[in-house]
Design a binder for this molecule. Structure first.
Ligand SMILES: Nc1ncnc2c1ncn2[C@@H]1O[C@H](COP(=O)(O)OP(=O)(O)OP(=O)(O)O)[C@@H](O)[C@H]1O
Ligand SMILES: [Mg+2]
Length: 241
């Protein structure tokens, strides 16, 4: 019989990440979850809290592996940007492998720039001193094609959860914030974003733990400090990484 999936609040998640760090070697922690659940926001808060504890931690987002917008347009895929096939998954797998297997090297990871709507190569240095790499994105638990090579490269992978109504209303607000009308915002959030959400929700059972983001942030700072998530998500097209 399989073990029940632990449920963590953000504070328990912070403690569990601290325990992962106790191994002494470099550890890679994945944070998966559907579009708009708060992956980027929570990952940023978790990394900040662990750094405040004195740990060397870096955040390497999956969305640095978006295929370039121009290349998606050439292939007629720009309307489904954010779907599993719109990422360079083999590149992501290769980077995770280097992060695990070559801790003595500085490894440069790409980041996604919301203003450009494209990734920028070699933006995030992962120095040899880094003990925990946190990586976050939609499809870390997906068992489809090359995506199935991601999970074995993660020491643990947690699934982030908030109620769908909260998640969808945050997505609508975010689209509104980026200049869409209410009708357009709802169409994106309940269309493209939701079809990607369906793919992600189906992967929840493969997670090592479920983090319930309905509560407080993993820090003693203001619990609704979501500025990082807002900055990160500015000018995005629709439900990506
Ligand atoms: N705890 C929170 N309280 C209120 N708003 C939040 C919270 N966490 C995230 N948000 C807001 O919800 C939206 C989605 O958050 P975020 O960008 O972190 O999600 P995500 O899972 O990374 O999304 P995507 O899959 O599209 O990258 C953002 O506008 C963010 O500011
Ligand atoms: Mg994000």
């Amino acid at each position: 019989m399989s073990q029940p999936q632990p449920r963590l609040d953000p504070h328990a998640a912070h403690r569990r990440a601290g325990q992962l760090l106790a191994s002494g070697r470099r550890v890679v922690l994945g944070l998966a979850g559907p579009p708009g659940v708060g992956k980027s926001t929570f990952a940023g808060q978790l990394v900040d809290a662990l750094r405040a504890d004195g740990h060397e931690v870096v955040l390497v987002p999956m969305d640095g592996f978006h295929i370039a917008h121009a290349a998606l347009t050439e292939r007629g895929l720009e309307t489904v940007k954010g779907a599993p096939r719109t990422f360079d998954v083999a590149g992501y797998v290769a980077l995770l492998g280097r992060l695990r297997d070559s801790p003595e090297e500085t490894v440069w990871a790409p980041r996604f720039d919301r203003g450009l709507e494209d990734a920028i190569a070699a933006s995030i240095p992962v120095e040899p001193s880094v003990r925990l790499v946190v990586t976050e994105g939609n499809y870390l638990l997906l068992q489809q094609g090359a995506w199935s090579r991601v999970r074995p490269l993660l020491d643990e992978c947690w699934y982030l959860h908030v109620d769908d109504a909260v998640r969808q209303s945050r997505l609508v607000s975010r689209h509104r914030h980026h200049g869409r009308s209410e009708a357009e915002a709802r169409r994106w959030a309940l269309g493209n974003d939701e079809s990607n959400a369906g793919i992600v929700v189906a992967t929840r059972g493969a997670a090592d733990a479920v983090v319930d983001l309905g509560g407080a942030a993993p820090t003693h700072a203001a619990p609704t400090d979501v500025a990082a998530g807002e900055r990160e998500s500015r000018c995005r097209p629709s439900g990506d990484g």
